[in-house]
Ligand binder design. Structure first.
Ligand SMILES: Nc1ncnc2c1ncn2[C@@H]1O[C@H](COP(=O)(O)OP(=O)(O)O)[C@@H](O)[C@H]1O
Ligand SMILES: [Mg+2]
Length: 400
């Protein structure tokens, strides 16, 4: 089943949590929360969730109906569901008039039933779209590179994928959100006069012009917003900033690559929630496998599990095999990148992405393959690869 990204809209913060708790089962990912506000509209338009779940307790004000009507015309392809605690025939009729596809109760319904209803509405919508040939617009994808263990190669892979996506002609922004120890700037030998903290503290505020002027244009074509120079500045960046920056840049880039720390904190969680895909980068050793289990469980609790793709980096013959990861998580690894210390060191010494410094190395071939797979999945065009096995692997993943 295609994954259903769900944006929760409610002005009531407690109700947002209640709705989150009503969403259960495979196939759902919550892509964010907002109110019936201009910010909610921007989020919907930028993220293009499959479903906007609008939740209201008590009488649904006309302002909400008007808001949703306006929203649906701006985000064609998204469907709206209303959750309310006082459903009447009049409410259902009115909701239908304003474009809601379904009205669901908030109370007295089990999470299974609630979620099943949403899935059914979505399936019907998919069928309708197929029948009428309306497609969803291709939109920006935010890809997070994450994992609870340091040194596994998150930054190396994120930089390599960003560089290859840019090489393929995509507009790419790389955000270094490892706010304490971000080393993208170092790895790419960038002159970092400005970081995300300078941007946030700038009087000009968070606008696309300002973000672009604080980002560095790298020779690969990737725009890079660097992490602060020193860990103590990390606290100036809050989750709201992270979310806002991602929201603002979405319309201008095809890919936002987000390098994350080996830690769950407010900002990394916010980044994950705002990503379409989360690449968990691990090595094939016992500590990685254990860490991956913990990370997976937490991301599951945060309703982010559907976004996960595993990458095994520095793959070597060892006690823990790729198959052990696959058995543990019941999924194929998205990519397995071999260990090649000479290529990795050469890339750091040159201050270049490994795919640029050592294009012929096996690491680079695999990372380039990852970028090609990412594009292929998003565009729905199968990439040409002589290894049938890898194609089979690739298309096990959902297209969205
Ligand atoms: N496939 C690989 N083979 C060998 N060394 C690698 C590989 N990928 C990354 N490295 C090296 O491992 C170290 C940690 O990588 P890094 O990307 O900074 O990890 P993280 O961001 O997860 O902390 C770096 O020195 C990097 O050059
Ligand atoms: Mg890193």
């Amino acid at each position: 089943m295609e994954r259903i990204n769900l944006l929760v809209l409610s002005d009531d913060l407690d109700l947002r949590i209640e709705i989150k708790n009503l969403i259960t089962g495979d196939g759902f990912a919550i892509s964010g929360y907002s109110g019936f506000t201009p910010e909610g509209k921007t989020k919907t338009v930028n993220k293009f969730p499959e479903v906007v779940m609008c939740a209201v307790r008590g009488e649904v004000p006309d302002s909400v109906f008007n808001f949703v009507q306006d929203l649906l015309s701006a985000a064609r392809g998204t469907i709206a569901v209303l959750a309310n605690d006082n459903i009447s025939v009049d409410l259902v009729n009115k909701a239908a008039q304003y474009g809601f596809r379904k009205v669901l109760p908030i109370d007295g319904i089990s999470p299974e039933e609630f979620s099943q209803n949403v899935a059914t509405v979505f399936k019907l919508e998919q069928q309708r779209v197929l029948d009428t040939n309306e497609g969803k617009k291709v939109r920006c994808k935010a890809l997070g590179f994450f994992g609870g263990k340091g040194g596994t190669g998150k930054t190396t892979v994120a930089i390599g994928v960003a560089a290859q996506l840019a090489k393929a002609g995509k507009r790419v922004m790389l955000l270094d959100l490892d706010l304490q120890f971000g080393d993208v700037a170092m790895a790419l030998d960038l002159d970092t006069k400005n970081s995300i903290v300078d941007l946030i503290q700038d009087r000009g505020g968070l606008t696309i012009e300002n973000i672009n002027s604080f980002a560095v244009e790298h020779s690969t074509g990737v725009s890079i917003l660097c992490a602060p120079k020193s860990p103590e500045f990390a606290e100036f960046v809050n989750p709201g900033h992270v979310e806002k920056i991602i929201d603002i840049i979405r319309p201008y880039y095809e890919y936002i690559i987000i390098d994350l720390p080996a830690a769950f904190n407010d900002t990394s969680i916010m980044a994950c929630e705002n990503c379409e895909e989360i690449y968990l980068v691990y090595n094939n050793d016992m500590l990685s496998l254990n860490n991956a289990k913990v990370c997976w469980c937490i991301l599951e609790q945060l309703h982010q599990r559907e976004k996960i793709r595993f990458v095994i980096n520095k793959a070597e013959k060892g006690l823990v095999r790729t198959e052990d990861f696959e058995e543990m998580f019941h999924t194929k690894m998205f990519a397995v990148v071999p260990a090649d210390y000479a290529a990795a060191v050469a890339s750091i010494n040159k201050g270049q992405a490994v795919t640029v410094a050592q294009p012929k190395s096996e690491i680079s071939k695999k990372i380039s393959g990852m970028a090609e797979d990412i594009i292929a999945i998003h565009t729905g065009v199968e990439r040409i690869d002589d290894k049938k096995e890898s194609k089979k692997t690739l298309f096990k993943f959902n297209k969205h």
